[in-house]
Design a protein around this ligand. Structure first.
Ligand code: SAH
Length: 267
């Protein structure tokens, strides 16, 4: 039994260096019933090496989408999960691969879900990881915890398949009914830009020295996972704050101008 939601789940590989890993990822995906693979600015693709490693998964390779930026790859996703081989400085909500499978399968019923994989040598940058709602870590040997990227992808897609099979048996968790869809990645990026500008306008954030404030704001709102209505309310409020400041500044300026112009009878 196939389900529509296999099409709502995509694997995203960022700046992959070795095309063989792309082929191996395509094969791992097809084995587990998935087919949407997105490459963000791959170093060497298309390539015969990818075709060779994909074996019987050429249909997945044919469907590959290549985009320029991570934002493009995840713009329409309501849930974004980043993979990480190690602990990061600012901890983020963390899933086990099993939880990642359950959440992915449950939410894909309602909206697009992306799982993001990093570069072979450096993984994902902090900035990229901070675009994700959750991180997932495969609890490997702490003394040697970085798996080959296609092996890591295999573990993640296997867990999605396990969740699918449990769901087929009536055992998998369902996505909680909610009256509104979650804000997608693109909407959240616009929100963060708006929030940053407003925080600067009111003098709360020093653009020369923002420290970790914006990262912490990102983490806060990633955790909350605003729906579209909540996001519209927050955007509306930020716009009102900006308008208020604009009008107040105008009023102050015209008062200052009035007091500069000599009144009749003065001089
Ligand atoms: N030296 C890099 C290792 C990158 S491994 C680093 O420290 O980040 C390449 C990619 O494989 C990672 O970006 C991630 O997508 C995946 N990966 C490897 N090991 C993983 C693990 N234990 N858990 C989750 N993802 C892993």
């Amino acid at each position: 039994m196939q389900d529509e939601r296999f099409n709502s789940i995509r694997m995203v590989m960022v700046n992959t260096t070795h095309p063989g890993n792309i082929g191996a990822a395509a094969r791992a995906m097809k084995n587990m019933g998935l087919s949407r693979l997105v490459l963000v600015a791959p170093k060497d693709y298309p390539s015969d090496k990818a075709v060779w490693r994909a074996a019987g998964a050429l249909d997945v390779l044919d469907k590959i989408e290549v985009v320029e930026t991570l934002d493009d790859a995840i713009a329409d996703c309501g849930l974004v999960i980043g993979t990480s081989a190690r602990e990061r400085r600012i901890p983020w909500p963390l899933l086990t691969p099993r939880e990642c499978g359950d959440l992915t399968w449950a939410e894909a019923e309602q909206h697009n879900v992306a799982i993001v994989f990093g570069r072979e040598d450096r993984g994902l940058t902090n900035e990229e990881l901070h675009k994700c709602n959750y991180h997932v870590h495969i609890p490997a040997n702490p003394e040697y915890s970085a798996l080959n990227i296609s092996a890591a992808l295999q573990v993640i897609v296997y867990e999605i398949r396990m969740s699918f099979l449990a769901w087929k048996d009536g055992k998998a968790p369902h996505f909680d009914d909610w009256d509104m869809p979650p804000a997608n990645h693109k909407e959240m990026e616009h929100y963060f830009t708006h929030l940053e500008k407003t925080m600067e306008t009111v003098g709360f954030l020093d653009p020369e020295n923002p420290r970790q404030t914006l990262t912490r704001m990102r983490r806060l709102f990633s955790r909350i996972r605003m729906d579209q209505m909540e996001l519209n309310i927050m955007r509306g409020m930020l716009t009102s704050i900006q308008n208020f400041i604009f009008h107040t500044n105008n009023k102050i300026q015209s008062l200052e101008k009035d007091s500069d112009t000599p009144k009749q009878g003065e001089n």
